[in-house]
Design a binder for this molecule. Structure first.
Ligand code: URA
Length: 233
């Protein structure tokens, strides 16, 4: 890894600030001052910034209980984003933190964020078929024919392929639990619309074996456990 990148990843400094620190002789690598910002570090190098040792943090894995009104983006000029709900310690140090499986702004519940691109790919890739469980409030009582359509596969507007069979559990006439293993654009809302109903409210409860922690209030987050991380893929 380049020296400036290492510093930007392992300290609160931005890449620009890291370069400034390097030029100001504040960085030592294996006991020597390095002034070349782009020089690659040898394996196991000891890097000191103003005398303090820096270590690379491992990958980060977060679950957030997303409230309504928050967009699943890392940046948005108009609306608050999921990253705005996290502390600077995470968003500044873990610069490549990204969302593994977006939710619409009005959808609530389990949102996963990570720095690990391979892991997030396993959450979102249609090939992996990681199941996602949603609690869906409907505008009208669900019909048996609608359940049948959802469980068989639905042709979505302007989508050439039917959806993969979903699992439906009726909790109340206007409240169902729906498990899908794809992540198409507005998928649940479009599935219900195509099957003759309408989604009033949508809440994601579970992704694979990761269940939204009931101790998390809307807007709260926590790091995933090793077991939760390992459960994906
Ligand atoms: N399906 C939707 O329609 N919206 C979401 O936010 C998630 C799944």
């Amino acid at each position: 890894m380049r020296l400036d990148q290492f510093i930007a990843t392992s300290s609160p400094l931005s890449r620009k600030e890291a370069r400034r620190a390097i030029h100001a002789s504040k960085v030592e690598v294996n006991g020597e001052v390095w002034k070349d910002t782009g020089k690659h570090l040898p394996a196991g190098a000891q890097v000191l910034l103003e005398g303090g040792q820096l270590t690379l943090q491992g990958e980060r894995y977060i679950m957030l209980n997303k409230p309504a009104g928050i967009v699943s983006a890392t940046q948005d000029s108009e609306h608050p984003t999921a990253l705005d709900l996290l502390p600077a310690e995470l968003t500044e140090v873990a610069r490549n933190l990204h969302i593994a499986g977006r939710l619409d702004a009005d959808t609530t519940g389990l949102l996963l964020l990570t720095t690990d691109g391979k892991w997030s790919h396993r959450v979102t890739s249609p090939r992996v078929e990681c199941p996602k469980t949603y609690r869906v409030n409907l505008s009208t009582p669900i019909l048996d024919s609608t359940i049948n359509t959802l469980e068989t596969g639905v042709m979505l507007h302007q989508d050439p392929k039917p959806t993969k069979p979903a699992q439906v559990k009726v909790l109340e006439p206007q409240l169902i639990e729906l498990i899908i293993s794809e992540g198409r654009y507005h998928q649940v809302k479009r599935m219900l619309a195509a099957a003759g109903n309408h989604v009033e409210a949508l809440h994601r409860q579970r992704i694979g074996d990761i269940i939204l922690d009931s101790a998390l209030e809307p807007g709260d987050y926590r790091e995933l456990t090793e077991k939760e991380i390992a459960s994906i893929g």
